[in-house]
Design a protein around this ligand. Structure first.
Ligand code: GLP
Length: 266
């Protein structure tokens, strides 16, 4: 796992965009992005938008697959992840809407919707880079603690902590759905590269558990330890509980130039 500690969230977003741009360039004209909701990747999306607008990153033929969707909201609900992805990713990055996918949490047959999502990812040739945030309880996507490390896209119940954390987007905590449809940990692990981005002290414990704790279903994000190409880009606050922080700083500072991706395409 590559851990990169940045001075602040702005630098983290710039580096993360460099990483995404590098993967897209290597993938050819039709890159497949895995995209996350939540506040963590918003600055990254803004930086990618800047690269697209500057004409140095071409995502016109890119596809995107979201990690997850609520189950129980009416179609078109502003907090449904289909809408959130449209507002924060599809429109600013100028993606072709027909190539942007979210799990169909509105389907009457939710199991069929889960299988169809897996099939759609396979048909696209797999995800080139999956962008991830981290829940305070260590979840990725909506894979809550004790999710199977081999899980595929499926319906899950949201943990009380997650419902409380996400209540800020709804009128009241009771309005947060009880269920979701999420890519499984096995699905996420199939992506060719993983990029986890986090900022702020509230994420420090989860980041320490993901990066340096045991690989355990109790901390779903720790599954990244078993991925061949996982990159974690965080600010100083999110890095504040890492025991080997100095080592990560030293490693990045001494990387061979060809391995760096800061300033990629910028
Ligand atoms: C949400 C999403 C995750 C996201 C996480 C953290 O519930 N399902 O994909 O990474 O929680 O959100 P935030 O980035 O807003 O802290």
């Amino acid at each position: 796992m590559e851990v990169i500690i940045c001075a602040d969230a702005t630098e983290a977003a710039r580096l993360a965009a460099g990483k995404v741009a590098r993967v897209c360039r290597d993938a050819g004209p039709e890159p497949v992005l895995g995209v996350a909701t939540g506040s963590s990747p918003l600055k990254l999306y803004a930086e990618l938008t800047r690269l697209v607008e500057a004409g140095v990153l071409d995502l016109s033929r890119a596809s995107a697959f979201a990690l997850d969707e609520y189950v129980g909201l009416p179609p078109g609900h502003p907090e449904s992840y289909a809408e959130v992805i449209r507002r924060t990713v599809t429109e600013p990055l100028g993606l072709d809407q027909s190539r942007v996918h979210t799990p169909d949490g509105f389907a009457t047959d939710i199991h069929a919707a889960a299988s169809a999502y897996e099939a759609a990812i396979r048909a696209a040739g797999g995800i080139d880079i999956q962008i991830l945030g981290i829940g305070a309880n260590g979840h990725i996507g909506f894979n809550e603690p004790t999710s199977s490390l081999a899980s595929r896209t499926r319906i899950k119940s949201l943990a009380p902590r997650t419902r409380a954390d996400n209540a800020r987007f709804f009128g009241s905590p009771d309005e947060v759905p009880l269920h979701c449809l999420t890519q499984g940990l096995g699905t996420i692990m199939d992506a060719h590269a993983l990029l986890l981005i986090a900022q702020g002290e509230a994420k420090a414990a989860a980041i320490a558990a993901v990066v340096e704790g045991p690989l355990t279903a109790l901390v779903p994000g720790s599954v990244l330890q078993a991925h061949q190409h996982a990159t974690v880009i965080i600010d100083e606050a999110a890095a504040s509980e890492l025991r080997l922080a100095d080592y990560y700083r030293w490693t990045y500072a001494n990387k061979p130039a060809w391995q760096r991706f800061d300033g990629e395409l910028a």
